[in-house]
Ligand binder design. Structure first.
Ligand code: PYR
Length: 331
């Protein structure tokens, strides 16, 4: 077994020479040292909710710009994918309530409610401020913008119109803008998005597959509910087929696609995900060394063969056995 610490300086490259991108998910800037320590090649998912939490007023464009810039600069040339605000009814963000951005009366079913891009398109001033801040900060290094909870091509088109309007406004203001303008991608985290991935891939610049929410919505399971938690299974064939469908839709027209849910953080699943054609993963920083070790241990041909065997199965128990068995063989 290779020392995990030594792996930090080694490239994430398969035994047969395929480069794989291993990035970190980040929730708060305090995690930056961890990201550096883990040897992650950038931030694949920067959740921006922290900017809006524990305060009574919304952060203005300048404050947001400075925070994003600090993070982009700290990554020193490695890319940072910033997910715009993914509020949903169960997230208690006081500033959004006190400034009247979100309804005061809670939704019956927040997971199916005014979440992510749905809220941002209803509150363009909130969306525009965040996009303007990201665009200004992005002069500091490679940046991508990620839209949460997209389910229709219309949402991507509407979001891109807002984005382009913000670019024009900043230009008129005489702001320096990044060249090129950061790509605008989407989360694939509902079965609806996954199954229309071919259409969405034409509109979005990249995909980030969020396997946690995708599993929840596909299997209709909230894993924080103990009575049903055992039904929560990211290896359920329905979830894997959606991941495969979305991945292939992106790859067919050469759009970048990554996985940023917990599936990506489990080194036993690395061969399966590589075998499905995925080459980019974002995970908790602490998981990067073990996943890198798993990447370096396998060849793409073997992974593709293995993925075909897994995808032939329709029984979650057999899939579990295959995947865990392969993991043990690789260790
Ligand atoms: C998800 O997997 O749903 C994320 O948001 C990462």
């Amino acid at each position: 077994r290779q020392k995990l610490a030594r792996l930090r300086r080694l490239p994430a490259i398969t035994a047969d020479g395929q480069t794989v991108e291993l990035q970190a998910n980040m929730e708060i800037p305090a995690e930056l040292p961890l990201v550096a320590q883990a040897g992650a090649a950038g931030i694949g998912l920067l959740r921006s909710e922290f900017l809006f939490m524990n305060r009574e007023t919304l952060p203005d464009e300048q404050a947001q710009t400075e925070t994003y810039r600090t993070i982009i600069e700290a990554m020193a040339g490695d890319p940072v994918t910033i997910r715009v605000l993914d509020w949903s009814g169960e997230k208690d963000i006081e500033a959004l309530q006190s400034e009247g951005v979100v309804p005061e009366v809670g939704e019956q079913n927040p997971a199916l409610g005014l979440r992510g891009i749905r809220l941002l398109l209803r509150r363009p001033e909130l969306f525009e401020t965040q996009l303007a801040a990201i665009l200004r900060a992005a002069t500091a290094g490679p940046t991508r913008v990620l839209l949460p909870m997209v389910t229709t091509v219309g949402e991507v088109r509407a979001a891109r119109e807002v984005y382009e309007r913000v670019v024009r406004r900043l230009r008129r203001r005489g702001e320096r803008l990044p060249d090129p303008i950061p790509p605008l991608g989407i989360m694939i985290e509902t079965p609806g998005a996954a199954l229309s991935a071919d259409a969405l891939a034409l509109e979005a610049d990249f995909f980030a597959i969020g396997t946690n929410d995708l599993t929840m919505y596909t299997l209709a399971v909230d894993r924080s509910e103990s009575d049903v938690a055992s039904l929560y299974d990211p290896l359920h064939p329905a979830v894997l087929r959606l991941v495969q469908f979305a991945t292939e839709a992106a790859l067919r027209i050469r759009k970048p696609v990554s996985v940023c849910g917990e599936l990506a953080a489990n080194p036993r699943l690395t061969p399966l995900l590589l075998g499905l054609g995925l080459r980019s993963f974002s995970m908790n920083a602490s998981a990067v060394p073990r996943v890198k070790q798993a990447v370096r241990a396998v060849s793409i041909d073997d992974c593709a063969r293995f993925a075909r065997r897994v995808m032939e199965q329709s029984d979650p128990v057999k899939i579990q056995a295959l995947v865990m068995g392969a993991g043990e063989a690789a260790e």
